[in-house]
Design a protein around this ligand. Structure first.
Ligand code: PLP
Length: 470
């Protein structure tokens, strides 16, 4: 018999015990080496509607809806029931050799909801694997088409696309690459389309011209025959809710069409209701991509599922090629998972039976209540669309410079918000908000009031500590 180890008897399920087990054995995502493998994080015990409850019994508005994902809210009985029913009917089947009903029904339904032409879906386990799939499909497609040189991928500074090797190589936020390797030789980066950070004296229209000209110049420099895909989030989420300038998307799409570059929209955050649509590409931005990646809201975070909508014409081209035996050697054990697909179908029912309309109807109030925070000296800009918003703190309203500020200011605001009943997602000098779509007007008001109070407390604290001039 194996010797007893130190923790075999440890079975303390109290909050302190859970923290101890996490600290001893759990590797948290995005850790720093000073505490890697030895860190406990805030312990959330339960959720209900737009609220989560922490281990002290404190009820908090879930400002980021988990990670931009709990779109229908916590503890939705219909989603819980469908997971139970599907598990009892068929908990798993191998997508290598068989198929299941929910995945096919969902595929047909998604094809009907996606922009015209995106008639096929490949399911994954989340957003990174969806992005990875889209990129590997581009590589396969160009190999089969006899142009193996056409593989470079264009992404943007400020973007976030995932944590697998190739998807992470696309990322362009500060700190993403400081200590990590990446497939640099396959990636080209464009400027972040952040109107707030455009050069002084430039109009928004001139900024769009600049961004489009930059893309054209890159294509001409590198050669269209070397570039396989361009990928972008319609609104950069984890980069700080960056809404590109007017006219940007149709013109970027047009360049991709002109140079035969596959145009991939990463809708991992924006799809399934965040902007009031199932897919935002066409309905909110007027573009029809060649591929759309999605995850998160597709199951409202109840089950890890993602996928890529792919233009059916690409498959027709492949079927007509001279390489009938060329294999797209790519697939995940949990591709087309029956429980994930069943949950996604019920989630879509909820969205289409009123929640999308409701989200659209309250987004004006959400945006205007948060926008009003711009009168605070610490707040440089509040921006967003639909039910996603970013609050950016600056040293002053003239320079809009964050650098002379305590860059952990987002964490300070989050701490004060939590004391007042609101969870926010701190991002360096920013806070991002993306609550469950079920939030009421009164709850939006409560959220905005808590944010205002917490930012005022933070301002006073920074001045007191000599970290900000005020
Ligand atoms: N793409 C975008 C736009 C994201 O925001 C994220 C995650 O936040 C991802 C991809 C990666 O998704 P996942 O964490 O599910 O792998």
């Amino acid at each position: 018999m194996a010797a007893k180890r130190e923790f075999d008897d440890f079975n303390d399920n109290t909050p302190a015990g859970v923290d101890a087990m996490a600290e001893k054995h759990l590797v948290q995502p995005w850790p720093v080496s000073g505490s890697i493998g030895a860190e406990a994080r805030g312990f959330i015990e339960s959720g209900e509607g737009i609220y989560v409850t922490d281990h002290t019994g404190r009820r908090l508005i879930d400002g980021p809806a988990g990670m931009w994902c709990v779109n229908v809210g916590h503890r939705n009985k219909e989603l819980a029931q469908v997971m139970h029913d599907q598990a009892m009917a068929l908990s798993y089947n191998s997508p290598w050799y068989t198929t299941n009903q929910p995945s096919a029904v969902l595929a047909k339904r998604l094809a009907g909801l996606a922009p015209e032409g995106l008639g096929h879906v490949f399911y994954t386990t989340g957003g990174s694997s969806a992005v990875e799939t889209a990129l590997r499909f581009m590589q396969f497609y160009n190999n089969v088409k006899g142009r193996p040189e056409k593989k470079m991928i264009v992404s943007r500074e400020g973007g976030y696309h995932g944590s697998t090797y190739l998807s992470a190589s696309l990322n362009g936020r500060p700190r993403d690459h400081d200590w990590m390797d990446s497939a640099r030789e396959q990636i080209l980066k464009l400027s972040c389309p952040n109107p707030f950070r455009r050069s002084a004296g430039m109009t928004e229209a001139e900024f769009t011209d600049f961004l489009v000209a930059e893309f054209r110049a890159l294509i001409e420099k590198v050669g269209a025959d070397k570039i396989g895909a361009f990928i972008g989030e319609p609104i950069m989420a984890s980069g700080g809710v960056i809404v590109p300038p007017e006219g940007y998307w149709p013109r970027m799409r047009a360049l991709c069409t002109e140079f035969d570059i596959l145009f991939i929209m990463d809708e991992v955050v924006t799809a399934f209701g965040r902007l009031g649509h199932v897919f935002a590409a066409d309905e909110a931005f007027g573009v029809k991509p060649d591929m759309i990646t999605f995850a998160k809201g597709v199951t409202s975070g109840y089950f890890p599922l993602g996928g890529v909508m792919i233009a059916s014409r690409l498959f027709e081209e492949l079927r007509q090629s001279n390489h009938n035996d060329a294999m797209f050697a790519h697939g995940l054990t949990y591709s087309s998972h029956p429980i994930g697909c069943a949950v996604a179908l019920k989630n879509l029912d909820i969205l289409e039976e009123g929640l999308l309309d409701y989200a659209q109807s309250i987004s004006g109030h959400f945006q205007s209540r948060l926008k009003a925070l711009e009168d605070l000296p610490l707040v440089g800009e509040v921006r967003g669309r639909g039910l996603m918003a970013g609050i950016e703190c600056v040293a002053d309203h003239v320079s809009n410079n964050p650098l002379t500020l305590d860059l952990e200011v987002g964490k300070r605001i989050d701490k004060h918000c939590q004391e007042l009943g609101l969870l926010v997602r701190p991002l360096i000098n920013m806070c991002v908000m993306s609550p469950p779509l079920t939030i009421s007007i009164a709850q939006i008001d409560e959220m905005a009031d808590i944010l205002r109070k917490s930012i005022v407390i933070t301002q006073d604290e920074l001045v007191r500590e000599g970290l900000w001039k005020g």
